[in-house]
Design a protein around this ligand. Structure first.
Ligand SMILES: C[S@@+](CC[C@H](N)C(=O)[O-])C[C@H]1O[C@@H](n2cnc3c(N)ncnc32)[C@H](O)[C@@H]1O
Length: 234
């Protein structure tokens, strides 16, 4: 408001109505990047021991993953760590394609750099910290191993626009659209996101979030009220 010389909210709203650029800047200023590695830790254990082995059995060619609203990448690298651990347990492992999107380009730059404060790593087990993170010399910061940075397609993308692909086997849609948007917008975005999920694909929402509408095409996966699986192709 100060930048634009607006002294009250009414004049600022008038500026927002006049300019797409001002509106876009305002939207970016409202984004929140809070995240951490292995947020909802037990889920990640089930992902490694159950959900991914199940998908791999069904899908021998390629697994497509979309981390939607990925912020600074903690969720994406958590997935890459799980995938890397899994590779040791299977004779044949499918190819992996990971698309990680966010509307805030600054967060994506931070994600690409893969550098995190210790607070982001508080749920990472000691042996995984030792294997996948290196302390930056002279700093209280940790960088993810270069191997984890490979084969991630970071993209600017707004969740109210069309999804960045289709037939995703896993979609992480955690702590963004379903928390911050009003009902009508949530439903509109969610319908398209659901269409981009492959048959038998997993949808993971935030542990405090709920689906914006009921759909028979998704089954909840106990014990997690935030994990769903799509049914077969209709
Ligand atoms: C609180 S963080 C969640 C990060 C991660 N998914 C997690 O759960 O740990 C929310 C992220 O969603 C992004 N976001 C919010 N609304 C969005 C939208 N409409 N399109 C794309 N990204 C959005 C924000 O920029 C922010 O990086």
């Amino acid at each position: 408001m100060k930048d634009l010389g607006c002294c009250n909210i009414t004049t600022y709203i008038a500026e927002l109505d006049k300019s797409d650029e001002v509106r876009k800047k305002c939207e970016l200023l409202l984004t929140v990047s809070i995240s951490r590695f292995f947020r909802d830790r037990e889920f990640w254990q089930s992902l490694e021991k159950k959900f991914l082995p199940d998908l791999i059995k069904k899908n021998t060619e390629r697994i497509n993953v979309w981390s939607a609203g990925c912020a600074c990448g903690d969720e994406v690298y958590s997935f890459k760590i799980v995938w890397d651990c899994l590779e040791n347990d299977f004779v044949h492992i499918p190819k992996l394609k990971v698309i990680a999107t966010d509307m805030n380009p600054e967060y994506l730059d931070r994600a690409r750099s893969g550098i995190y404060p210790p607070s982001s790593l508080k749920e990472v087990k000691k042996e995984l910290q030792l294997k996948y993170f290196k302390r930056k010399a002279g700093k209280k910061l940790f960088e993810v191993d270069a191997s984890l940075k490979e084969e991630i397609d970071w993209k600017i993308h707004h969740l109210l626009s069309d999804p960045p692909g289709s037939k995703f086997d896993i979609i992480f849609l955690r702590n963004n659209v379903l928390t911050y948007y009003e009902d009508l917008l949530k439903k509109k975005a969610f319908r398209k996101i659901l269409e981009s999920l492959a048959p038998y694909g997993f949808l993971i929402i935030g542990s405090h979030e709920s689906l914006p509408f009921e759909t028979r095409n998704l089954t909840g996966i106990a014990p997690y009220p935030f994990v769903f699986r799509k049914g077969p192709e209709k």
